[in-house]
Design a protein around this ligand. Structure first.
Ligand code: NAP
Length: 288
């Protein structure tokens, strides 16, 4: 029986990237739709759950993506609501690749470093930064700081994380190099999670820290997010600090993404979201 993936995107045009990864992960055919909302998704879900019964349901699955994280989460909730009892299929949510990318950056950092009891600073408060903060807390970091150029925004984000995930993340302001230096002076791990093409961490700032052991950056578009980072850096040591660049992280992200899509066809009851995708990433060898 063919493995069919209903590919739902909240953007107008369904992502070509997510389609290619789905085929590479073993889907035989994709049914791709753009402009999906919580209000128009139920019929599409019914098309998947009412066509193949019992044990055959695991050959149908749903992937939800899009650049708007809240819209994607909202479609995810509507998809869940359309299921009843065992009449359901497995689902994966990965808005803008944020879940798989954040899982990859944290797993990469942990490949040669024990984060237990350590301090982490994440520069950039977008979806990737927020998910990475969540995973570092899960891994036992003593303190995780998420910085924004606006302290008000940082506080809103950390309060939301407390409410939704019951985790303590410290809000921090990073409006200047001086602010970042202050954050890094007793920090062990720093993550560049800023937008594409913006350097968020200067050499002067990271070089001023006497405690920094690991630096990672998810921005693959020059200028890179961390000064002196190379995109291919994969555990490269510079001035006593281990560097992980965006392509090294991206290669592992692809592994996590493919493994997650492939796992959807093993049963009909998986729901892979920002928390469960990390659990899956933990089972994948992060050294290759
Ligand atoms: N390597 C991979 O496989 C992969 C996959 C997906 C994404 N990515 C990359 O991951 C990074 C983070 O993605 P995202 O979706 O979380 O990013 P995002 O939402 O576009 O940006 C992250 C945060 O950076 C801050 N920011 C925006 N403009 C800035 C500026 N001019 N200077 C300093 N900070 C600025 C913003 O926080 P504040 O406004 O709160 O300061 C924003 O929330 C991006 O570079 C993206 O390209 C990589």
């Amino acid at each position: 029986m063919k493995k069919l993936l209903l590919h739902l995107d909240t953007d107008q045009i369904a992502s070509a990237f997510d389609s290619v990864v789905a085929y590479d992960a073993g889907a035989d055919n994709l049914l791709s739709h753009g402009s999906v909302t919580r209000d128009n998704v139920t019929g599409l879900v019914h098309g998947m759950i009412f066509t193949r019964g019992g044990s055959k349901l695991k050959n149908s699955a749903i992937f939800i993506g899009g650049s708007d994280v809240d819209a994607t989460d909202s479609v995810g909730r509507a998809v869940k609501k359309a299921f009843f009892g065992p009449v359901r299929v497995s689902v994966m949510l990965d808005p803008n690749g944020s879940n798989t990318t954040a899982a990859a950056v944290v797993r990469k950092v942990l490949s040669d470093y024990d984060v237990t009891g350590k301090k982490v600073v994440i520069i950039g408060s977008g979806p990737v930064g927020q998910r990475a903060a969540l995973y570092f807390v899960k891994e036992g970091a003593r303190e995780v700081v998420i910085t924004s150029r606006s302290m008000t925004r940082a506080k809103i984000i950390t309060s939301q994380m407390q409410a939704v995930y019951d985790v303590e993340v410290t809000p921090g302001e990073a409006a200047s190099d001086e602010d970042i230096k202050q954050h890094l002076h007793d920090t062990h791990i720093a993550i560049g999670a800023g937008p594409a093409g913006v350097c968020v961490l200067s050499k002067e700032a990271w070089g001023s820290s006497e405690t920094l052991a690991v630096l990672a950056d998810v921005n693959a578009v020059p200028p890179l997010g961390v000064e002196e980072m190379e995109i291919m850096d994969d555990g490269v040591e510079k001035q006593g600090i281990t560097f992980y660049g965006a392509i090294a992280i991206g290669n592992f992200k692809m592994k996590v993404h493919r493994a997650a899509v492939a796992s959807l066809f093993e049963s009909n009851d998986l729901f892979l979201d920002e928390t469960t995708i990390y659990d899956l990433a933990r089972t994948i060898d992060n050294k290759i």
